[in-house]
Design a protein. Structure first.
Length: 168
């Protein structure tokens, strides 16, 4: 009988410990939820206070508009140059493709087999050359674009760091 009561006591102790752990976890979760709710209320009160303060609200909107304008003004030249290079690339590629079509047409219309074979070899050589040139040009354009974007990100992050340093 003693072993059965000690077994029951052990089970009760385990249940008590388990319930105690769950109660602690519940208490901690409730405390965290309460802290989060209070923080949310504080942030909401600050936001509403800044919205109803006309001078502060207008100043913040003006600062955001100025930041967006600065970003757009610095972004525009960065996009214009790669776009003009891409247009130039497309024009050259179109001319090269037209020349290749002409060479293919000449090769297809060649009357003699030897002449035809030479023209097709010339066509394939020119095709490979155009493909290599296009790949190199495209790679250079992409490299320049990536360099421009990384410079843009660096300069904006430095400007933002300087601006936030002044604000504090």
């Amino acid at each position: 009988m003693k072993s059965q009561t000690s077994k029951t006591n052990d089970e009760m102790n385990e249940q008590t410990a388990s319930m105690s752990e769950m109660a602690d976890a519940l208490r901690k979760n409730c405390e965290q939820a309460l802290r989060s709710g209070l923080k949310l209320q504080e942030e909401a009160a600050r936001w509403w206070g800044s919205v109803f303060n006309v001078t502060t609200c207008a100043q913040q909107w003006q600062e955001q508009l100025n930041a967006a304008t600065r970003t757009a003004n610095s972004l525009l030249p960065l996009t214009q140059k790669p776009l003009s290079e891409m247009i130039e690339f497309l024009e050259k590629s179109t001319r090269s493709t037209a020349q290749l079509v002409k060479k293919a047409s000449e090769a297809a219309q060649a009357p003699a087999a030897g002449d035809s074979q030479a023209k097709w070899a010339e066509f394939w050589t020119a095709s490979l050359s155009v493909a290599r040139t296009n790949a190199e040009a495209f790679s250079q354009i992409n490299s320049k674009a990536i360099d421009s974007w990384s410079q843009f990100v660096r300069s904006n992050s430095q400007a933002n760091a300087a601006h936030t340093g002044k604000a504090e």
